[in-house]
Design a protein around this ligand. Structure first.
Ligand SMILES: O=c1ccn([C@@H]2O[C@H](COP(=O)(O)O)[C@@H](O)[C@H]2O)c(=O)[nH]1
Length: 224
């Protein structure tokens, strides 16, 4: 994949999503559709976005008992997304069953620790220790369960890549130098994330909220 930016199309409005994706399509390598889009538009919306001709990453962060997640992944298989997310915290059986139920061409990746969280948030959920250790633990679990890779922040990707050289590493929480972090707490620049081993970068608001999304995507691409 020559362009490793997946633009996060976070809107419930299909027409806006289509317009945005069409506008930036020459400066990104794929489209990331998340819960906001999927809850509003469902599989038909995903198919409409696939027509734009870029790989689609379905970021649904599935997390439930193994049987429920496996059935959900099975229902999504006809869409054959390039990438699909589940939560690593669902445990080994859930991860194994999700991978087994997915379309064979879909990379199933496990969300480790959301980039909007820091160590204080982690402690609030009853998990002690560092973000680094938590991500590494969940990365080990994802690998043992046969997944293709993980979602982590740029702060952990170097260590995760070293421990899992063949893993696929999705890095959100990416901001151009001096870009507004918004609700993201573990943030790195696109260049840093790639240098440290990211397979793809997920970038939303720095592109989609820019006055000229096409120019913003082009400017980020130029830094890579
Ligand atoms: O840990 C995670 C996992 C997923 N995301 C998603 O990535 C984008 C980021 O959007 P920005 O506007 O660039 O902040 C968004 O769709 C999240 O759902 C994440 O941010 N962190």
């Amino acid at each position: 994949m020559s362009n490793r930016i997946f633009v996060a199309i976070d809107t419930p409005d299909l027409e806006r999503a289509r317009a945005l994706a069409t506008r930036v399509r020459h400066h990104v390598g794929g489209l990331k559709l998340g819960l906001e889009f999927f809850c509003a538009n469902g599989p038909a919306g995903v198919r409409a976005m696939e027509e734009i001709g870029l790989p689609v990453f379905l970021d649904l962060k599935l997390h439930d008992i193994p049987n429920t997640v496996a059935k959900a992944v099975q229902s999504l298989a006809p869409l054959a997304p390039a990438i699909l997310t589940v939560h690593a915290a669902g445990g080994r059986a859930m991860l194994e069953d999700a991978k087994a139920a997915a379309h064979p061409d879909t990379k199933v990746v496990a969300v480790t620790m959301l980039t909007s969280l820091d160590e204080r948030d982690l402690a609030d959920t009853g998990v002690g220790g560092s973000a680094h250790d938590h991500v590494m633990r969940l990365a080990d679990l994802a690998r043992a369960a046969g997944l293709d890779g993980i979602v982590c922040s740029g702060a952990e990707v170097k260590a995760a890549h070293r421990a899992w050289p063949k893993g696929f590493f999705v890095v959100p929480g990416v901001r151009p130098a001096n870009g507004a972090a918004g609700d993201q707490k573990r943030v790195v620049t696109p260049r840093q994330a790639l240098d440290d081993g990211a397979s793809i970068l997920v970038i939303g608001r720095p592109i989609t909220q820019a006055e000229d999304p096409d120019a913003a995507a082009r400017a980020i691409e130029a830094t890579l």
